[in-house]
Design a protein. Structure first.
Length: 255
């Protein structure tokens, strides 16, 4: 009788442990266990899993900030930033598309206004492939809202080695007349490698002029620890590397 009790007790304990493990697995957020691609709305909800610690720095002006959602607490003093015109929007962190949503969708069949929807909204709601492209985490970076708005859908360019600052001492500048944007030197290589990734992954082709510019940036501004850590964290969330970053990080011994 005593042996049977010990046997039953052992089975009960094993069953209890098994149930506890199953319950734990089901209780976990599926996004934490299954890396995948997201649409833009859900991609923005993953940013705390990527941008924490030293990665909480805005792309175009290098400003550290505390939170990916309100209150953002952007440290303007640390980066010398000053709003150009819109202080309210400058107080926000927004998720900047390196390859703009306009450029992603422009040649897609869905890119037109329909039933009161903008062209972009129409693509988001009717084209699942566009939705995944728009939400690709490799193509999204934290930006001060005003700078994100000023960049709009302008293409990256480089036209001066002596930029006249528009946002305090921030060296990223906009040419509104010619509709172009010159990013600060520190992120040019990263922006080029993201553009190469979007071309390779989704077929968003670069013009010959842009390819020459980005190839030069890629050589002049190599990967750094920040960019490599970002790629590693995105891999854990989305399940893929940017090959133009990953290979160079390995060569440099940064991962």
């Amino acid at each position: 009788m005593r042996k049977n009790w010990k046997s039953h007790k052992g089975h009960f304990l094993a069953a209890f442990i098994l149930l506890w493990v199953v319950a734990f697995l089901f209780a976990r957020n599926p996004s934490e266990t299954s890396p995948k691609h997201y649409d833009f709305a859900h991609a923005k909800k993953q940013m705390d899993r990527i941008y924490y610690g030293d990665l909480r720095v805005t792309v175009y002006c290098g400003c550290p900030y505390e939170n990916n959602s309100k209150p953002y607490n952007i440290d303007f003093a640390a980066c010398g930033f000053a709003p150009r015109k819109n202080a309210n929007r400058a107080s926000r962190i927004e998720w900047e598309h390196v390859v703009t949503a306009h450029n992603i969708g422009l040649f897609r069949q869905c890119w037109h206004k329909e039933e009161g929807r903008s062209a972009r909204k129409n693509c988001e709601e009717t084209d699942p492939e566009f939705a995944i492209m728009e939400g690709d985490l490799h193509n999204l970076l934290p930006s001060i809202g005003e700078v994100n708005g000023d960049r709009s859908n302008f293409m990256f360019s480089q036209w001066t080695n002596d930029p006249r600052p528009m946002y305090g001492t921030c060296e990223s500048i906009v040419d509104f007349k010619d509709r172009k944007f010159q990013p600060r030197k520190e992120v040019r290589g990263m922006l080029a490698r993201i553009s190469f990734y979007m071309e390779k992954t989704y077929g968003i082709t670069l013009s010959k002029e842009k390819r020459r510019l980005f190839e030069a940036w890629d050589k002049l501004y190599p990967v750094n620890a920040w960019e490599c850590e970002r790629d590693t964290r995105i891999y854990k969330v989305q399940g893929d590397h940017n090959p133009f970053v990953y290979a160079k990080c390995r060569e440099a011994g940064l991962i």
